[in-house]
Design a protein around this ligand. Structure first.
Ligand code: HEM
Length: 407
């Protein structure tokens, strides 16, 4: 896609004989804005969604129309700043457990498999934020974390989908037990079970609840993991950036369980995260389908056409970014914000279907960097060439191994 963009520019189409139709690929911020924001009503999710649906059923990532609107409206308040910051303790504790584990590995002279660790850390955080203390009960009963297949199985095939969907039984049992025991919980599952439709007062059906739980597990875990994996990779390649980050963190107060506001007091750390998500947006390719005909980049797009929006290339568009290939967090400082159009950057997409978990994801990334980079340095020890694996998520093809050093 990088080559095609270089050759054909902002708008091109590719004929797909299997579908007997063209797929349109767009890169200009104005067109991206039209599809996601100003004319969003004319678009539904497109190519590739069938695979995601096998995993997630009809959760808000994959649903459309009235169902999507109802569910999104009910779930939106769960992701409000006020709620997100209540996860401070949970996120901090998970990071501390992982740091202790890395210390132990390092004492034995071993490297940290950073890619796997990021995946496990973010899985643990998302599972605890959904199931709360019930996660320990589940783990105890089953002699291990039943959701571990999500990180352990790197294949994303039908077999994985089958295993993953069989976890839905566990969620159903857990909901039944909570109802029977009538206990109080603070977690996403409790919020989902208590949510009511604003017009009808109706709660979600069990099927809907389960699909939303599975959606949050998948959407909330791999994306954040790959964001952090890339952030550490970039920091390890740019010592001056790492130095500046360390200087900011060294000067910051000791936050026992950092709140969202605490993390927002670290401007450079935020710029580092934004810049990592620019160069390697985990959701690197958005896909949509037109309902009615539209016009994009001056071309007529027929009804029922697939349209692809490669965020990876939008974020490196040479017309809108100065030295686009360079890792330069300072470009996100307030004085440079006006250098580019608003819709040239959107790692969490934009418009009504933008990422519901954006605040939580950024918070999680910032707390992790704060906790780790304040005391440690991670050095990449390459054993394989670095390659991109651009599937649903943008990952490193091989796990990155890093040496942990106390600063
Ligand atoms: C760095 C981390 C993350 C990135 C880069 C990211 C990115 C995105 C993007 C680009 C979309 C739009 C997809 C599309 O329109 O096709 C999206 C949607 C979504 N994200 Fe995230 N996400 C992240 C973390 C999270 C977290 C932590 C959660 C929840 C716990 C979450 C839940 C969702 C959900 C439910 C949707 C679907 C929203 C809808 O269609 O209404 N994401 N995300």
């Amino acid at each position: 896609m990088t080559e095609l963009f270089a050759r054909y520019g902002d708008t091109y189409r590719v004929y797909a004989p299997g579908r007997a139709s063209y797929t349109y690929v767009i890169h200009h911020p104005d067109d991206v804005k039209r599809v996601l924001v100003t004319n969003h009503k004319n678009y539904v999710k497109g190519l590739g969604l069938d695979r995601v649906k096998i995993l997630l059923g009809k959760g808000i990532m994959t649903s459309e129309g009235e169902l999507w609107r109802r569910q999104r409206y009910m779930m939106q308040p769960f992701f409000h700043r006020r709620v997100v910051t209540q996860y401070a303790q949970l996120i901090t504790a998970a990071n501390e457990r992982f740091i202790a584990r890395w210390e132990a590995l390092t004492a034995r002279g071993e490297l940290v498999n950073l890619t796997d660790e990021m995946s496990e850390l973010t899985l643990e955080i998302v599972l605890r934020s959904i199931f709360g203390t019930d996660l320990d009960r589940l783990t105890e009963k089953l002699g291990g974390n039943p959701f571990e297949v999500v990180t352990k199985d790197s294949e994303r095939n039908l077999q994985f989908a089958y295993k993953f969907r069989s976890l839905t039984r566990l969620v159903a049992e857990l909901m039944a037990r909570r109802r029977a025991e009538n206990t109080e919980h603070f977690d996403f599952l409790a919020m989902l079970m208590e949510a009511r439709d604003k017009d009808t007062g109706r709660p979600m059906e069990d099927r809907e609840l389960i699909d939303e739980v599975m959606t949050l597990i998948v959407a909330g875990h791999e994306t954040t993991a790959s964001g952090l994996n890339w952030t550490w990779y970039l920091l390890s390649q740019h010592p001056q950036v790492a130095d500046r980050l360390h200087a900011e963190l060294d000067a910051a107060p000791e936050f026992a369980a950092p709140s969202l506001t605490d993390m927002e007091s670290l401007p450079y750390t935020q710029q580092v995260v934004n810049e990592a998500l620019r160069l390697y947006p985990p959701g690197w390719l958005l896909s949509r389908r037109t309902l009615e005909a539209d016009e994009l980049g001056g071309y007529a797009i027929p009804a029922n056409s697939n349209v692809l929006l490669p965020l990876y290339l939008l974020h490196r568009h040479p017309k809108f970014w100065h030295e686009p290939e360079r890792f330069w967090p300072e470009r996100f400082a307030p004085e440079h914000e006006a250098d580019r159009p608003r819709y040239a950057y959107m790692p969490f997409a934009a418009g009504p279907r933008h990422c519901i978990g954006e605040t939580l994801a950024l918070y999680e990334m910032l707390v992790h960097l704060y906790k780790v980079a304040r005391h440690y340095r991670l050095t990449y020890v390459p054993d394989q060439p670095l390659e991109l694996e651009a599937q649903i998520n943008l990952r490193t093809r091989y796990p990155l191994h890093m040496r942990l050093e106390r600063r």
